[in-house]
Ligand binder design. Structure first.
Ligand code: AMP
Length: 214
């Protein structure tokens, strides 16, 4: 099964994708993670996109399509979860072509719906474990008092450079202008499913699993 998780920053795409990786052996393809890795390892491309990402703008379609193209060849386990890709109509049509070339297809596009004010709260307090990606929140899930990740034990908590109010405002604008048209696109392809992203994490998990099992 190959699915897209679609929704604004902070909707819970990464958290839900990780759950599906653990429970179903699916493969998470997050262009945001790939770009951050490129930035951290100081590659040419990483250096070029760092400023764009910090501002909360989208990087070029060519770059992210190139990143996804490389990953579609390999072993895609029990299926792919596209997390943060596609974000533009051009990326969506490129994805269709790449999937066709690989003899793969999309089974569902799941929209996580969350109100803007909740996104701001979620993102403002967010940190992640640099080792395993576990997500923490200052209010709802504080980092453990012993300073070690509850999942993997690493002491490497990170806050994203773009998780600040100004950048978030820009990321939301980018989402509404460039990504939300994909909702209509996938609705027309009869792939769109909607999930209430405001519900508890486990409830959202169950809704997504029900869609995958249907
Ligand atoms: P994310 O981790 O998905 O929130 O992405 C973080 C940042 O990476 C975004 O704000 C963009 O600057 C960039 N990015 C990630 N995925 C894409 C994409 N599919 N298209 C364009 N830019 C992207």
């Amino acid at each position: 099964m190959n699915i897209i998780l679609l929704g604004p920053p902070g909707a819970g795409k990464g958290t839900q994708a990780r759950h599906l990786v653990e429970t179903r052996g699916m493969v998470q393809l997050s262009t945001g993670d790939m770009l951050r890795e490129a930035k951290d390892s100081g590659t040419d491309m990483g250096n070029r996109v760092a400023e764009v990402m910090a501002r909360g703008d989208l990087v070029t379609d060519e770059i992210v399509i190139g990143l996804i193209r490389e990953k579609l060849h390999g072993d895609t386990g029990a299926g792919i979860i596209f997390d943060g890709f596609p974000r533009t109509l051009k990326q969506a049509t490129a994805l269709k072509e790449l999937m066709d070339e690989e003899g793969k297809s999309l089974d569902a596009v799941i929209e996580l719906r969350v109100r803007d004010e909740v996104l701001v709260e979620r993102i403002a307090g967010r940190s992640t474990c640099g080792n395993c990606g576990e997500v923490y929140h200052d209010v709802t899930k504080p980092q453990p008092a012993d300073g070690k990740c509850e999942r993997c034990g690493a002491a490497d908590f990170r806050r994203r450079a773009d998780d600040n109010e100004e950048s978030l405002r820009n990321r939301l604008m980018e989402y509404y202008k460039k990504t939300s048209p994909l909702l209509g696109y996938y609705y027309a392809h009869d792939l769109l499913k909607r999930v209430d992203g405001l519900a508890e994490i486990k409830v959202v998990q169950a809704s997504i699993e029900a869609i995958l099992d249907a």
